[in-house]
Write a protein that binds this ligand. Structure first.
Ligand code: MG
Length: 233
């Protein structure tokens, strides 16, 4: 794919959820964990609803491009649910950050580690821009980036598609934006964020039929001689 000609890029900025690992597979695994937890702890039957409310409200924070995402992500759903923001944040950290870590390696998108190695060998810097905290996820995926920025970092505090996070990445990379490529899985978030920052974007198709210009696994982006001969990457 000519857009990934190493001569064209100084840096690639990756989204995390749905881009580096299969989010649907992860959600199925976490639903099983939540169901087992509900059986063992019937008093916590509202946990799934609280997590779903958190996710829906967080989507709205991104959609409305609200400033103060770090604080609002807990305050808005907590108000709706009639619980404290602190107790909700503890549940979210446990169920959406800590517990998923052990499943991440199994959900890795095929070829992603090889693709990272390919970029590194070509002298292309790797950055990560996620709306969630990403350092632990990256470590659990067995991936390394030279820069990790989150939409909830105090100096960003806005979720995609607002370009503040990507601008922070570009500033720290100190690379011309026309030499940076963003890779994500949502056109309305990653794609829109990249367009507004004037950065090229490549999107991963996570379901449905393949479309021209989209990719499904990183094996498709590797040059022939860098593809694995057997399974696994
Ligand atoms: Mg994503």
């Amino acid at each position: 794919m000519s857009r990934l000609d190493p001569r064209s890029w100084d840096a690639v900025v990756f989204d995390v959820d749905g881009t580096l690992y299969e989010q649907r597979l992860m959600r199925r695994r976490m639903l099983v964990e939540l169901a087992l937890h509900a059986l063992r702890h019937p008093g916590q039957i509202g946990l799934l609803r609280r997590l779903q409310t958190f996710r829906r409200q967080r989507e709205l924070i991104g959609e409305r491009e609200l400033e103060g995402a770090r604080r609002l992500q807990y305050e808005l759903p907590a108000e709706r649910l009639g619980v404290s923001a602190d107790s909700l944040s503890r549940e979210v950290v446990e169920w959406m950050e800590r517990r998923p870590l052990r499943h991440l390696a199994d959900c890795r998108v095929p070829g992603v580690r090889r693709f990272f190695a390919h970029l590194r060998a070509a002298g292309i810097r790797i950055a990560v821009l996620s709306d969630y905290a990403a350092a632990d996820k990256l470590a659990a995926l067995g991936l390394e980036a030279s820069l990790i920025v989150s939409g909830i970092d105090p100096d960003v505090d806005r979720l995609k598609p607002h370009p503040a996070g990507l601008e922070a990445v570009l500033g720290r990379l100190d690379a011309p934006r026309e030499r940076c490529l963003m890779i994500g899985d949502r056109d309305d978030r990653d794609g829109e964020c990249a367009r507004r920052a004037g950065v090229a974007c490549l999107l991963r198709r996570t379901s449905g039929e393949p479309e021209p210009g989209w990719f499904r696994t990183y094996l498709e982006l590797l040059p022939g001689d860098a593809r694995p001969s057997g399974a696994g990457a």
